[in-house]
Ligand binder design. Sequence first.
Ligand SMILES: Nc1nc2c(ncn2[C@@H]2O[C@H](COP(=O)(O)OP(=O)(O)OP(=O)(O)O)[C@@H](O)[C@H]2O)c(=O)[nH]1
Ligand SMILES: [Mg+2]
Length: 194
Amino acid sequence: MKVHQAEIVISAVAPAQYPDTNLPEIALAGRSNVGKSSFINTLIDRKNLARTSSKPGKTQTLNFYLIEQALHFVDVPGYGYAKVSKTERAKWGKMIETYLAERQQLRAVVSLVDLRHAPSQEDIQMYDFLKYYEIPVIVVATKADKIPRGKWNKHESMIKKALSFDANDTFILFSAVTKQGKEEAWQAIEDAIK
Ligand SMILES: Nc1nc2c(ncn2[C@@H]2O[C@H](COP(=O)(O)OP(=O)(O)OP(=O)(O)O)[C@@H](O)[C@H]2O)c(=O)[nH]1
Ligand SMILES: [Mg+2]
């Protein structure tokens, strides 16, 4: 999809604030700092519409982006951010769970993992959660530019094995720096919202 129009609609913390439309939604989930906001920016050809930061924990609300009047991207707060209090983390957890488990408009979740590392316990839990609720998953392994090409296969296998990856789901090697995987990601998203 060539994107001409993209705007933030709302930063929501509760269902009452979610946009009141029937447009399909694609949510981005993943560890803090994995590259969720960068993924959105890459797909919509914007430098910083979705706020990115080298400081983890930047995105703290469910941020709805309206794309081409055709769909919403929902940037979800990153999990596993150590410097947040337990109470705060439990609150986010609940907010994210409620959204993922109950939102009718949700068509698929782009679950981002770092290609360089073995998935964390929370990455695995997120994948299991999505499988449990039968939400289609697109696994995007980010920061591929930081790994030599010759090692991509090895890292992909390592991640798939740790997640018990379902071969029916899509797996994409991605980089916000080189834009590798951008077209594949759009294809997977367009298939999911058809
Ligand atoms: N080299 C490289 N750096 C990346 C890539 N994607 C993101 N980054 C960097 O990683 C850092 C975090 O990226 P964000 O997009 O803000 O991560 P996030 O998942 O939205 O983080 P939170 O909002 O804290 O949950 C930034 O410094 C980005 O520039 C990538 O594909 N390659
Ligand atoms: Mg973010």
